[in-house]
Design a protein around this ligand. Structure first.
Ligand SMILES: *Cc1c(COP(=O)(O)O)cnc(C)c1O
Length: 339
């Protein structure tokens, strides 16, 4: 199977499984799992922050960040299509009494700063929720936020007294695409959550990183939501392994996405513009007339794509160049037959 639906579908490599099998473990609720402790130190170091916490998922990482930064009746500003607003089951509102202030993303994945400024509630007026936190997402829909934008966003947030959280589920895709250390991006934020289970290819886990006091409070809240686990070094070993071995290789996923985009550009019916490929995602707006048929055609040749439109093709650890070429060839064959 060539599975383009998401970079979450990867399975652990043999080397990763070996690292997992050999992991030293202990009770992490007692703080005694040496592999978890090593992972938390390493992740914090890689993003240039004081401490980090191993959590079950990106959703849990964002939830704990929101609960830590904001109290009941506080407000966070995020994208209308941001994962932490739209795709996390309303956790911040349901569990924290935290009000979202969603704003439209600009086409480049940024939140326009004049809109952010305009959305902030006057702190001295009791009519309003308290604006506390600005959440950005990087990458956003496969796009990398420009570094100078991050600097401007930081300045604005500091001026207005907002904390800054980055949903960096795919932080390392952004760093590799820019050719910079991840810390070059995260230095504009107070806190960041980074998924080990997306492009990096671990079976589970997210690192929530920030100052020591923030991480201590997030650890308490992780317990509250039932996210404290015991001999979890088996999973942490996979996390350490991917931080060590799967960051640089993301460049190959980006090259494969570009190759796919180039292939699609050569198919007239798709009307695809290859300049729209930035990291490991290719979005194709598919005509309703043949969308379902094409998906079926792909499926019958062992290629999986999602049913949403635009169709998102995501490249990852388990798709190689040959898989890309196969997909392009199948797509060409489909249109040649239906022309
Ligand atoms: C996948 C994703 C998350 C959540 O991660 P899960 O591990 O699936 O809960 C958060 N933010 C973004 C941008 C994501 O893509």
């Amino acid at each position: 199977m060539i599975d383009f639906r998401s970079d979450t579908v990867t399975v652990p490599t043999p080397a990763m499984r070996e690292a997992m099998a050999a992991a030293e473990v202990g009770d992490d609720v007692y703080g005694e799992d040496p592999t978890v402790n090593a992972l938390e130190r390493r992740a914090a170091e890689m993003v240039g922050m004081e401490a980090s916490l191993f959590v079950s998922s990106g959703t849990q990482g964002n939830l704990l960040a929101l609960l830590t930064h904001c109290g009941r009746g506080d407000e966070y500003i995020a994208g209308q299509r941001a994962h932490c607003y739209r795709s996390e089951a309303g956790g911040a509102a349901a569990l924290g009494g935290i009000q979202p202030q969603p704003l439209d993303f600009a086409p480049d994945g940024t939140l326009p700063l004049d809109a952010v400024r305009a959305a902030i509630k006057p702190g001295d007026d009791f009519h309003y929720a308290r604006s506390r936190l600005l959440c950005l997402e990087n990458t956003q829909g496969g796009r990398v936020l420009p570094l100078d934008y991050l600097a401007e966003a930081e300045t604005l947030a500091r001026d207005l007294g907002l904390a800054r959280h980055l949903d960096g589920a795919r932080l390392f895709n952004a760093a590799v695409a820019l050719g910079v250390e991840a810390s070059r991006i995260t230095r504009h934020f107070d806190t960041v959550s980074v998924c080990l289970s997306k492009g990096l290819g671990a079976p589970a886990g997210t690192m929530l990183c920030g100052p020591r006091g923030f991480v201590d409070e997030a650890r308490r809240l992780r317990k509250m939501v039932g996210g404290a686990m015991r001999q979890i070094g088996i999973l942490a070993a996979a996390g350490l392994h991917v931080l060590e071995h799967h960051v640089e290789r993301l460049a190959g996923d980006h090259a494969n996405a570009e190759r796919l985009g180039e292939g699609f550009e050569g198919i007239e019916e798709l009307g695809f513009d290859g300049r729209e490929v930035h990291t490991n995602m290719v979005f194709v707006d598919m005509d309703e007339r043949w969308r379902d048929e094409l998906r079926e055609h792909f499926r019958s040749s062992g290629i999986l794509i999602s049913s949403r439109n635009p169709v998102r093709f995501v490249t990852h650890l388990d798709i190689d160049e040959a898989g890309i070429d196969e997909a392009v060839a199948r797509c060409k064959a489909f249109f040649a037959r239906n022309r």
